[in-house]
Design a binder for this molecule. Sequence first.
Ligand code: ZN
Length: 484
Amino acid sequence: MTGNKSSTKKELIAKENFSEWYDNVLLEAKLVDDRYPVKGFSVYTGWGMSIAKRIIGMLEEKLEENGNEPMQFPVVIPEDSFQKEEDHIEGFSAEVFWITHAGNNELERRLLLRPTSETAIYPMFKLWMRSHQDLPIKMHQTCNVYRYETKATRPLYRGREFLWNEGHTAHVDYEDAEQEVRAAVKAYRSVYDRLGLSYIMLKRPEFDKFAGADYSIAFDTWNPDGKVNQIGTVHQLGYNFAKAFNLTYEDDNGEQVLATNTCYGMGFGRTLAATISHHGDDHGLVLPPKVAPRQVVIVPILFKGKEDIAEEYAKELYGLIKDAGIRVVLDDDNRLNPGDKYYKWEMYGVPLRIEVGPREAQNKKATLVRRDNFEKIQVDEANLIKKINETFQAIFEKLRDKSKAKLDSLVVDAYDMDQLQVYMDARMIVRVNWCGDPDCAFNIKDMVSGEIRGTRWDVKEEPTGNCIFCKDEAKYVAYVSRTY
Ligand SMILES: [Zn+2]
């Protein structure tokens, strides 16, 4: 082999040490750089942004299929609009960034950076909504929002600026908004499902719903450190914002009728964090082929005197794979030896590596190496594309099934507080019987530092005993966990 340079291979960090592993993968795989000099604000770097863009694309396509028009609203909201819906102000005012000056002059009308955009959007909806023929109005936008988080920040999980997509809609009546809620849930599921992420769909308890919502549905995923990660939410807003913003339209009889609203948000940072942490291993990132910026890497193995034959063949395979619409990179940077290249592309989570040496070239074969389990597959050039696509599907299914099996293993039942404490310390997601009283929820949080996250939205679960805390009759099966 040429290039007898000593390997620069770095120590691998076991995923068991999740926190250290995560920080290392973010930097080494060029996902996010958290060294930006403002706390809570991070830079999405090349590989991370390329993955995020693919996730964004999946969601935007789905929403536009559903009839949501793309829009882009200003980042600033005037104070008077923000203060129209009481619960909303109460929920968000502690986290708002204010703009108070323009140059040296104090602004007469203070502006805030959107923490979410309902109060930016509804004054415009009001202008667009005259008769029932103007409804529904459905929009979406991908943008950054700003919240002065006081809890510890963590790149992608919790920042003070975060990248998301928000959908906002207005409807003729409550039932139409209900249908929208179901459509949005379906759109979100299709994205998470294609990423191979497992999740629980929970209706949040009253005390934890979105500020100004009738009810909120959330997608919670597991995280290796035992804190549940909320990756998306869908809210039925009912008439709350319509009343505050006077969103009315003229019905068939010429009467003014109050509209209803929904809104929903998918955090791309948290969705990316889930993709990293569900599928990654000791060697770094493992990406589902659909979102991998490069799906195949070809590494020529050069033997002295036979360099040409392997290089030529590598180029031939590169052309073949590229023409098949697969995102492929030929790593012909001969400053690195093959071992270093393997290390690098494994860290990046590229789903398939193709090793090409003189023997492969002579026999018109290729050796595929799966990133998820390092299995080696020999294939004839004639069957290469078919085999690559089959292997992509196999990798995806393996990642999806592993993520699901992990979630299933984390969900357990507890019937008394001692048991709950044991499971919380073991970082499980615990099902408990609950009477529905918020006081019991607060007491549980105080005692075991786990929060009642809600009740299943997609499945009806019947209580199997009395409330775990007060021992009164239980109305719900609730999920308790630690959380980001
Ligand atoms: Zn109770």
